[in-house]
Design a protein around this ligand. Structure first.
Ligand SMILES: NC(=O)c1ccc[n+]([C@@H]2O[C@H](COP(=O)([O-])OP(=O)(O)OC[C@H]3O[C@@H](n4cnc5c(N)ncnc54)[C@H](O)[C@@H]3O)[C@@H](O)[C@H]2O)c1
Length: 399
């Protein structure tokens, strides 16, 4: 298949592009490298050394003989270039990962709120509009977040996308299946909720074949392909804005510092390992909706864990005992329960790899190997909830 990976220079997109190329697909990355520019803006960097994209692609060609092409297009702002590319290349499938993906970044300031709204929603709409404008019958796979449903305890297992809705009384009772209500608690999640309405609209009214994947927090670094050569290594973000909780805990433990837990640590979150992200996207591609089918929505989640339990797991693996409880910068319940069904992916053959010593060892190895590159000031910051100007607060610099 000819497959476009939009956002293919990013943390999820890069291993997805390599995996699809290794399977013999014709892959093209579309990415304007704005994520690398955000690193410059925030003064942060991946713990692992990320080579320029041209070099990554040349190395992939050198060691596998396979070619991945790259188009440098701002999907949110250059509709004409995107349309021109779709018209010329006519891909069979498009994987859309080209969005600003950090919750804290989306809340750093009004400027960041605006850029996240304008970037994410416009990117999704430009893709859908360009597909319709050139009558492109490709399968569009969009990456969303399970966080669109909010962080309150729901009291049931979150189903794959749709719920039965009953309204009325007496003989006028109507039951329909509708999208599970969104309850976004950040600007980032708001964009994903809006994306879903755009996707549903274009699916219903223009016949675009769509799969929306509601993903948990992705952890881990390497996949079989990124591990082939150090120059292909994947990102490892550990700063307070883009670093996710598990990466930060492992790095803090490896450096012998206390683990920084926001609030009580009673927040439950959904997780998935990067190798499972790659596998799930492959499964979604292999099982496209047919023409006229309703948008497919799948929960791309391996498991749920409480933050405090994660901290305990990392402590026992890496031998750190201290935990530093910080005021939670996020507006969310002190604790919550979260149960997510992944019945849809299970039916397609997905068997998740859960957090455990074997997988944590991989991340520990990466952290120990590159700990010398760590900027410690980045670990002990936390985003403030601000409304006007960007701000990172240094919360503690132990030792
Ligand atoms: N990483 C996670 O834990 C996670 C969890 C749930 C959902 N997701 C979703 O998966 C997708 C990919 O996430 P990621 O972690 O790989 O993020 P990332 O920031 O590492 O990668 C996104 C890539 O898209 C590119 N991009 C962004 N806007 C663009 C634009 N307008 N034009 C062209 N390129 C653009 C960036 O340069 C970057 O390379 C996102 O949509 C994100 O919301 C990620």
């Amino acid at each position: 298949m000819k497959i476009f990976v939009l956002g293919g220079d990013g943390f999820c997109g890069w291993p997805v592009a390599l995996s699809l190329s290794a399977q013999g697909h014709e892959v093209r990355i579309v990415d304007n490298q704005c994520r690398r520019m955000i690193d410059c803006e925030l003064g942060s960097d991946s713990l692992t050394p990320i080579r320029p994209l041209e070099e990554r692609l040349a190395v992939w060609h050198e060691i596998t003989g396979r070619e991945i092409r790259w188009s440098n297009i701002d999907i949110a702002r250059d509709y004409d270039a995107l349309l021109g590319l779709f018209r010329k290349e006519r891909p069979d499938a498009i994987i859309h990962l080209a969005e600003q993906r950090s919750v804290p970044y989306s809340m750093l300031s009004m400027h960041h709120r605006k850029s996240t709204i304008e970037g994410n929603i416009a990117a999704t709409h430009n893709i859908l509009a360009a597909m319709v404008a050139c009558s492109l019958d490709a399968h569009l796979v969009h990456l969303s977040s399970i966080g669109v449903y909010g962080y309150e305890t729901l009291g049931y297992r979150v189903p794959d996308g749709y719920v039965k809705f009953t309204m009325g009384s007496g003989e006028a009772v109507q039951t329909r299946e509708i999208l599970h209500p969104a309850n976004p608690v950040s600007i980032y999640h708001l964009t994903k909720a809006q994306d879903q309405l755009l996707l549903e609209f274009y699916n219903k009214h223009e016949g675009v074949r769509v799969t929306d994947l509601l993903q948990g927090t992705v952890w881990g670094t390497q996949t079989p392909e990124t591990a082939l050569d150090e120059r292909l290594i994947n990102r490892f973000d550990y700063d307070a804005v883009f670093g996710t909780v598990l990466n930060r805990f492992v790095l803090q433990a490896a450096l012998g510092h206390p683990l920084t837990v926001y609030g009580s640590g009673g927040q439950t979150r959904a997780f998935i390992h990067i190798t499972d992200t790659v596998r799930c996207i492959g499964l979604a591609l292999a099982n496209p909706p047919r023409s006229g089918d309703r948008m497919i929505v799948l929960n791309q989640v391996a498991e749920t864990q409480r933050v405090i339990d994660l901290a305990a797991m990392i402590s026992s693996l890496l031998g750190t005992t201290e935990t530093l409880f910080l005021e939670n910068p996020r507006d969310e319940p002190v604790s919550n329960d979260l149960q997510v069904s992944n019945a849809g992916f299970s039916k397609l053959g997905f068997r998740s790899k859960n957090l455990g010593e074997e997988l944590l060892q991989e991340i520990k190895d990466v952290v120990e190997r590159y700990a010398f590159r760590c900027n410690k000031a980045q670990i002990f910051t936390r985003p403030r909830s601000v409304t006007t100007s960007p701000s990172l607060e240094i919360v503690a610099l132990p030792g």
